[in-house]
Design a protein around this ligand. Structure first.
Ligand code: LFR
Length: 425
């Protein structure tokens, strides 16, 4: 029997990868064929993405995949959420801002003047984050950047358009904009008209939709929000809470319906689109804390050395891992110093503090999840790069009291591949 090969292109805030997958013995097998760096750039005091570089890496990776696997049935792209490219016809509105940029600061109170957050949450179930597309779009509006704009494409949709010439709007990623109605699953017309946004929000398409082709390879929509693909890619025996652990730690559970009540809003839980279910989920600052500390304190040290230093430290200082001052500080070290009142001395102290604080915030988020869903769970699945950190897994088990099942798999790529395989039936 001929094997059928599929290509997942998974791009995160700090790197991207091309992974070819196929079915073998009832399982999805996968091989990484290309990897490339990504990262925000500074331009005129703003944080932006280099989407041209992303596109050329996407194409170079497809070429690399083809040399190893000449017969690829289809490809799909997933990336981080909320960010987008605006088009005027075929022309990009530049720059393409990155979500940690502070340009939304003035826009947020103005949006909430028109649509109080409680009202927005009741409609969309989307968590408050200063970078939600709704605030970015309103910042665009205030800056006059929406004039003549014909299209709003989120990053994966933009890259797929560049490959196959077809513009799409995919459901799971759209739910992170803060503009999709949780009940209807569509862009909410009242939100869009209240903010006076142009008519650039058409009907949403489902993961699995075939768009077109690129060099004979079908271009398909996966769950283009990386976290939605990750959740699809977790091999779970039962429905249990998960953490997709990377730049962010996304902690959540699948629920049949969104939960948008006051307790849920107070806990700032999000309801994001999944593939046939709701992701009741919370953003926790994640490995961003560790990576930023490492850049500043000890770029020469490897992962194992950092974990060892953290293990050896006896420092018991904690920070609130989700406090806004850690989102995009000029100096992560200084942010930790201020938050701990100068208690961190050795390098190990900083990392011990970061890991323990993450574990504590997982425990708090899980308690909220259990209270708000009215369900108790015994297990916690952890996937993504962070799942490889046994020290953090141990701290997490201790803080949460759950059985931690850490799977060192590329869940996002597996979920991306799974959706393509299902679309190929
Ligand atoms: C993870 C992720 C999160 C989203 C954040 C910003 O990569 O997609 O789910 O909240 O990035 O887009």
């Amino acid at each position: 029997e001929m094997k059928r090969y599929y290509l997942a292109i998974d791009i995160g805030a700090s790197s991207g990868r091309h992974i070819v997958g196929w079915r073998e013995d009832g399982e999805i097998k996968a091989k990484e064929v290309y990897r490339f760096p990504n990262g925000v750039q500074e331009q005129n005091g703003h944080l932006v993405w280099d989407v041209d570089a992303l596109l050329s890496h996407v194409k170079a990776g497809i070429a690399a995949a083809k040399t190893e696997f000449p017969e690829i049935v289809s490809l799909s792209v997933d990336t981080w959420a909320v960010d987008y490219v605006l088009l005027r016809g075929e022309e990009e509105v530049r720059p393409v801002y990155a979500y940690r940029d502070s340009r939304t600061e003035a826009a947020i109170p103005k949006v909430h003047e028109i649509l109080p957050f409680a009202e927005l949450y009741a409609k969309t179930g989307c968590q408050f984050q200063p970078f939600n597309s709704i605030y970015q779009l309103y910042a665009d509006q205030l800056a006059g950047r929406l004039e003549g704009v014909t299209d709003f494409l989120m990053i994966p949709e933009y890259l797929l358009w560049k490959l196959c010439g077809v513009k799409s709007r995919e459901y799971t990623n759209a739910t992170t904009t803060g503009m999709v109605n949780a009940e209807t699953g569509k862009f909410d017309p009242e939100i869009i008209s209240a903010l006076g946004l142009p008519p650039i929000f058409p009907k949403l398409q489902k993961p699995g939709t075939v768009l077109g082709e690129y060099e004979g390879i079908k271009c398909v929509l996966c769950a283009t929000h990386d976290t939605a693909s990750a959740v699809e890619g977790i091999p779970m025996e039962e429905n249990a809470p998960y953490i997709s652990s990377g730049t962010w730690s996304l902690l959540g559970v699948k629920t049949p319906k969104p939960i948008t009540n006051t307790a849920s809003r107070a806990a700032n839980y999000s309801n994001e689109g999944g593939v046939g279910y709701n992701r009741y989920q919370k953003n926790i600052m994640g490995m961003w804390l560790v990576n930023e500390l490492q850049k500043e304190l000890c770029s020469g040290l490897g992962f194992a050395e950092i974990v060892n230093a953290a293990k050896e430290s006896r420092c018991d200082a904690l920070i609130d891992a989700n406090a806004p001052e850690f989102l995009a500080p000029k100096s992560m070290k200084a942010a930790f110093d201020v938050a701990t009142g100068g208690k961190l001395i050795s390098i190990g102290d900083y990392f011990r503090c970061a890991y323990r604080s993450l574990a504590e915030s997982y425990a708090k988020a899980l308690a909220e999840l259990e209270a708000n869903t009215g369900k108790q769970y015994d297990r916690l699945y952890i996937v993504g790069g962070g799942a490889k950190n046994e020290f953090l897994n141990h701290l997490t088990a201790k803080a949460t009291g759950k059985q931690v099942i850490a799977l060192p798999i590329e869940a996002t790529a597996l979920g991306n591949l799974k959706i393509q395989m299902e679309a190929d039936l």
